[in-house]
Design a protein around this ligand. Sequence first.
Ligand SMILES: NC(=O)C[C@H](N)C(=O)O
Length: 381
Amino acid sequence: APLAAKETKSAPPTNEARTPEPALTPATKPTESAATAKAAEAPAATPAAAETRKPNVVILATGGTIAGAGATSANSASYASAKLAVDKLIAAVPEITTVANVRGEQVFQIGSESFTDAKLIQLAKRVSALLKQDDVDGVVITHGTDTIEETSFFLNLVVHSDKPIVVVGSMRPSTALSADGALNLLDAVTVAGSKEAIGKGVVVTMNDYIQSGRDVTKRVNVVPNAFYSQWGPLGMIVEGKSYYYRTLAKRHNMSSEFDIDSIDSLPLVGIVYGSGNMIPAVYDAEVQAGAKAIIHAGTGNGSVPDYLVDKLRDIRAKGTIIVRSARVPDGYVVRNAEQPDDKYDWVVSHDLNPQKAKLLAALALTKTTDTKEIQRIFWEY
Ligand SMILES: NC(=O)C[C@H](N)C(=O)O
């Protein structure tokens, strides 16, 4: 059975998103009426019909500002997140039905700051199960923007599927002037239903950009242009068409050694933020709380204050993994620079920020406690 009967009468009966394009040449794109006529001529069971059928996209809603509501249209920063149910989100963007057959599932209704490992695992298992179904072509996850970079990276690491997985949010609630959620969601469904997105890894569609879930980070806490990757976006979506300019070079999804189908919990990993005059006892508290690894979000190139080096060496000697990451948003932590990582048996996070390093360390620890192996994983993902 089709996933949804939400098609509007005015919707063109073609799926431009899944119609193969010879090249990125919008000028040569068939007109809507020509495409419509072509679809009308094609018998239902021919390959041509399969090429032009609308994709089936499932929207998994988890809350966030995209489902938020403010008291007035002037409230772009003060509002309650996670209020609108998934059916209302879909109904608010009727254009979606022109690009895909969609149906929604309400997985959670939370601000993304309230995600836990248990919720992340539950969501990833649902994505994995849906993408195994022949009648699902892609999945969209509506999500708060605060931790969208964690969820998109996690899904990029653990869901064994080439089908498109798109995570999307908004910076303004739907009730605000210039709300950004509707277009972001339309773009997300467009990408989730497109052939071009197959095999590209988990992506985040915000503010017309297609960002890699591995690389993307939130760099502004207000305004719609809040997302950024130091390696640049993968592409853009313009008037319902996606344009890609680069691909993800790191292992992900089908080439990942991690598989959510065999993960039911994650080891505890903590982050300690670097600054002047740090409190050494914070590291002890993390270990006492059960942290199997600590991400040191160091200053500069993941540097460690002289009065902390012995503490971190001692913690490592007792079994906890130490990962040097950095509070500096860009660049990457260089192994054996700043600190002799080989000698101290520490790991460096490569270009991953502390919150992404935390997830990769947790996944690595589901496989091994060997620091050479964990460092290999940090180089490869
Ligand atoms: N823009 C947002 O979505 C922020 C919200 N606190 C969230 O992450 O759920």
